[in-house]
Ligand binder design. Structure first.
Ligand SMILES: Nc1nc2c(c(=O)[nH]1)N[C@H]1C(S)=C(S)[C@@H](COP(=O)(O)O)O[C@H]1N2
Ligand SMILES: [Mo]
Length: 330
């Protein structure tokens, strides 16, 4: 089957067929809600509809979330099929090929799991994963994820704003940055034998970026707990930044006075900056960032789609960077 679209001809995969119809009906419902045309019963219906659409294959434990009402939390793009989200991954601790993590991440042990939150805060604390699962209501958020390599996905994540965790430890006035440190265990992670990166994988955000409601701590996707290869049992998702900022399998969160150095910055500072905001006008030194290929949708021979400023989240996050030279702070 070939469908003509405004971007030319598309060859949908079999997984295209039902989701597109559900997607269209959901779009109409959400538009109705946005216009205030829908009563409470309609809101419930829309949520049920969203749930039905984002149900996973049922291989993992269920982890439902209510449709998020945060501005920008639900994009209307077609969802990337579960098989692609879970089968095409960057998780260097489990190998550098896109198909490695799905094959090798079964050795990751996600229980017991703790996350130490420490540094510039009044109430440093180590949370058990079960505590974190109950810390705030689980929401479903449909975000675009744009990898610096030029591909993108649309994923229905389940989680809540990172701000819930940070507020619980009461950051001091000195806290200006947040560092996320991920698991590095040679007995579980075959990729640690390679020295592509300096382990553990670390990422950082400015405190105001970390406190932004769109900055998500994800525990699940497609209504189920995260597959190991997507960063179980919890990972960061910062939708307006390149994918590598979204650190997987977090074990430590540190509140800091000074800007931390991320693993990618440490590896190649000229290519990967601290901010790493998606920006079609600032190219990577070795390739353009103006366009992207949506995994599972855009064929290799098809024209790529334009990348949006801040990955399409400019209305929500542009203010965080007012007055900054985004070429300098890349
Ligand atoms: N610990 C860890 N986190 C990581 C990575 C990694 O190699 N190790 N890769 C990053 C990159 S480059 C991307 S694009 C996203 C991919 O997330 P996904 O597999 O859920 O799509 O994870 C990010 N988080
Ligand atoms: Mo990436």
């Amino acid at each position: 089957m070939v469908i003509k679209t405004d971007r030319g001809f598309e060859h949908p995969t079999p997984s295209d067929i039902t989701p597109r119809e559900v997607f269209e009906s959901r779009r109409r419902l959400l538009q109705g809600l946005a216009l205030g045309a829908a009563g409470p019963s309609m809101a419930l219906w829309a949520q049920r509809d969203a749930r039905a659409m984002t149900a996973g294959p049922g291989k993992l434990a269920k982890l439902p979330g209510v449709a998020s009402t945060i501005e920008g939390a639900v994009v209307m793009d077609k969802l990337t099929a579960y098989e692609h989200v879970a089968g095409y991954n960057n998780y260097y601790e489990f190998g550098v090929e896109k198909t490695d993590p799905a094959r090798t991440a079964h050795t990751l042990r996600t229980r017991p799991w703790t996350v130490a939150v420490e540094g510039e805060c009044a109430k440093p604390r180590t949370f058990g994963i079960e505590e974190l699962l109950k810390l705030a209501p689980m929401e479903e958020r449909i975000y675009r994820l744009r990898c610096v390599e030029g591909w993108s996905m649309v994923v229905p994540w389940v989680g809540y704003s990172v701000s819930n965790i940070l507020r619980a430890v009461e950051p001091t006035g000195k806290a200006k940055f947040v560092e996320f440190v991920t698991l590095a265990d040679r007995t579980q992670m075959p990729g640690l034998r390679s020295s592509v990166l300096d382990w553990p994988y670390k990422e950082g955000l400015r405190l105001d970026e970390a406190m932004h409601p769109l900055t998500l701590m994800a525990f699940g996707l497609y209504g189920e707990v995260l597959p190991n290869q997507n960063g179980a049992p919890l990972r960061l998702v910062v939708p307006w930044k390149y994918g590598f900022k979204s650190a997987k399998s977090i074990v430590k969160i540190r509140l800091l006075e000074k800007q931390p150095r991320s693993s990618w910055e440490q590896a190649i500072a000229s290519e990967y900056g601290f901010y790493s905001n998606v920006n079609p006008k600032v190219d990577h030194p070795r390739w353009s960032q103006a366009t992207e290929r949506r995994i599972g949708e855009d064929g290799v021979f098809q024209r790529k789609r334009p990348t949006l400023m801040f990955n399409g989240y400019e209305a929500q996050v542009g203010q965080l960077y007012a007055g900054m030279d985004l070429r300098k702070f890349y």
